[in-house]
Design a protein around this ligand. Structure first.
Ligand SMILES: C[S@@+](CC[C@H](N)C(=O)[O-])C[C@H]1O[C@@H](n2cnc3c(N)ncnc32)[C@H](O)[C@@H]1O
Length: 209
């Protein structure tokens, strides 16, 4: 029986969760800088959605420690069970980001690091439009996306015995999709990794004042 890309991704993160991220891991390198920038940008008491939250460490945990209200969503049972344990008292929802929904203007910020690229390409623009609707006007959206177009699978990812699947559009396509979804891109970083890399977009819902 063939698995769908989402089944591959969900099983892959169930298998790799603990080797990908330890319970006590600190926010190192660029992630530490991104979390610090989010805390500076989003007021204390703000409502933040961590979309593709993984095990909740470090992003949800550090934002909660800094006084932000965090809701997390992840497709992996293992990741969500860990997030509930590692960031107690917060809401963590086991769901496919492509299917989950929230009332409009629920969040002041949505953080989506290294998750969008696990969705089939045809599901990425509709998700960007839904994220825009979940945000307050001028709400912050931080998203890791592709830099060069690429779709592929890795067998035995990170030695887990499980496979993994990704699908990246190129950076120009993501700029276009973000704009069509109603975002203004305020900043864009290239984040190198191995032979390639990702684009990180810092966006606001709506147009520049
Ligand atoms: C590379 S990890 C990143 C975790 C966290 N955002 C971080 O940067 O530390 C990607 C996460 O996205 C989740 N994910 C992948 N596809 C998803 C989907 N369709 N819906 C919700 N979560 C998904 C995976 O289960 C995994 O926990």
């Amino acid at each position: 029986m063939t698995s769908t890309p989402k089944e591959i991704v969900r099983r892959g993160y169930d298998a790799v969760s603990y080797s990908y991220r330890g319970d006590e891991d600190r926010a190192a390198g660029e992630r530490g800088a991104w979390i610090a920038r989010i805390v500076l940008t989003v007021d204390s008491g703000a409502h933040v959605l961590d979309l593709g939250c993984g095990c909740g460490v470090p992003v949800s945990r550090d934002l909660v420690a800094a006084g932000r209200h965090v809701t997390g969503v992840d497709i992996s049972d293992v990741q969500i069970a860990r997030a509930r344990r590692l960031v107690p008292g917060r809401t963590f929802i086991r769901a496919d980001a492509g299917e989950v929904d929230f009332p409009s203007a629920t969040f002041d910020a949505v953080i989506c690091l290294y998750m969008l690229i696990h969705l089939p390409l045809d599901e990425q623009p509709p998700l960007l439009a839904k994220v825009a609707s979940w945000l307050q006007p001028s709400g912050l959206f931080v998203v890791t996306a592709g830099h060069r177009a690429w779709t592929g699978t890795a067998a035995n990812w990170l030695g887990s015995g499980a496979a993994m699947w990704w699908s990246h559009a190129d950076a120009a396509t993501y700029r276009r999709w973000l704009s069509a979804a109603g975002f203004t891109v305020e900043d864009e970083e290239y984040v190198p990794e191995g032979d390639g890399g990702h684009s990180l977009f810092w966006c606001r819902r709506g147009s520049r004042p």
